[in-house]
Design a protein. Structure first.
Length: 87
């Protein structure tokens, strides 16, 4: 869906008068400019600011049963000198 919206000045800021079908049901929106120069408004940030997004992706991931089999998960602890080989 595409429409033309009016721009107007509000003090020193420029504002957009959104058509009713584009109204947001919130009092705050995130704004960003994409690589083509288009300004994009959204209810959510383009990058999540917490770990909920990551945990959601992990839950949705399809990990094969053969990934990290029993032997790989139950390896002995290996003590290593972190400075070995340093000059």
């Amino acid at each position: 869906m595409e429409r033309i919206a009016r721009l107007f000045k509000n003090g020193r800021n420029q504002a957009v008068r959104l058509p009713v079908e584009f109204e947001f049901d919130t009092d705050k929106v995130y704004i960003r400019r994409d690589e083509e120069g288009n300004v994009i408004l959204s209810k959510k940030p383009s990058k999540p600011d917490n770990w909920d997004h990551v945990f959601g992706l992990i839950k949705k991931a399809r990990i094969p049963d053969t990934f990290l089999d029993e032997d790989e998960r139950n390896q002995d602890i290996t003590e290593r000198d972190p400075f070995a080989g340093a000059k």
